[in-house]
Design a protein around this ligand. Structure first.
Ligand code: GLP
Length: 242
């Protein structure tokens, strides 16, 4: 696990965007694993700028997002589909049919999860996976206690996650209690991983991920076992690292 400490969120975002753009330039048909949340927002802005400046194109890229709220329609502004359209997809030339996000309205959830895994497999697997980290150490929506062997599945969200994500909703009781999320095993299957964290609130989670014991109680710690992970953090998020 390589840890890069950037001076601030903007620098971290630029570094992440440069790695992703480099991946797409060297392999235009790359399969990218994408994340939502505040952490990647500026990275996506940088990628959109690289696209506008003619530095990189996404015509042949395929994207798979980590997760989606269960019971939330894609055209709901709180959905992760909406987030991705607003923050990235509509600003670049990725083909709509090449953007994949679990269907939060799926009636047959087990089948939706299975098909999601199959789609990733048919696309050739994920070349580069972008991750954030929850304050409780979750990746995707794999909460503490998640099995390292898990594939895409329906997850019950922790209260801490519900509280943390309430800022995106009109009121806390509107935050969905469940989500469809790629599993730890699906994430670990990516060839390369970049994880972003910024701010003091992530310092403990970053410390446990990088220097703590490898344990399902801290899902992100599994990344210590992945051969190609770059963790990009700002000074505040790195403040507990020894
Ligand atoms: C959310 C998402 C994660 C994200 C994390 C951190 O619940 N499911 O993919 O990494 O929480 O979010 P943020 O970047 O907003 O702190």
């Amino acid at each position: 696990m390589e840890v890069l400490i950037a001076k601030d969120y903007n620098t971290l975002s630029k570094q992440a965007a440069m790695i992703i753009a480099g991946q797409v330039i060297s392999q235009p048909s790359s399969v990218l694993g994408l994340a939502t949340g505040s952490s990647p927002v500026e990275t996506y802005k940088n990628l959109a700028a690289f696209y506008r400046e003619g530095i990189v194109g996404f015509q042949q890229v395929t994207a798979f997002n980590l997760d989606e709220y269960y019971g939330v329609a894609p055209d709901n502004p709180c959905s992760y589909r909406w987030f991705m359209e607003e923050n990235l997809f509509k600003h670049i030339n990725i083909l709509p049919e090449n953007t994949h996000i679990p269907n939060g309205l799926a009636k047959d959830v087990a089948n939706e999860c299975l098909e999601y895994e199959e789609k990733i497999h048919r696309a050739g697997g994920i070349d580069l996976q972008l991750l954030g980290i929850g304050g409780n150490g979750h990746i995707g929506f794999n909460e503490p206690g998640a099995h390292f062997e898990s594939l895409t599945h329906l997850v019950d969200l922790d209260q801490e996650t519900i509280d943390a994500n309430a800022r995106f909703f009109d009121s806390p009781d509107q935050v969905p209690r469940q989500a469809l999320s790629m599993g730890i095993k699906s994430i670990m299957a990516a060839r390369k991983i970049i994880l972003l964290a910024s701010g003091k609130a992530k310092a403990k989670a970053v410390y446990e991920m990088v220097q703590g014991p490898i344990s399902p109680e801290h899902p992100a710690s599994v990344l210590q076992l992945h051969p190609q992970v770059v963790v990009i953090v700002d000074k505040e998020a790195a403040s507990l690292l020894g």
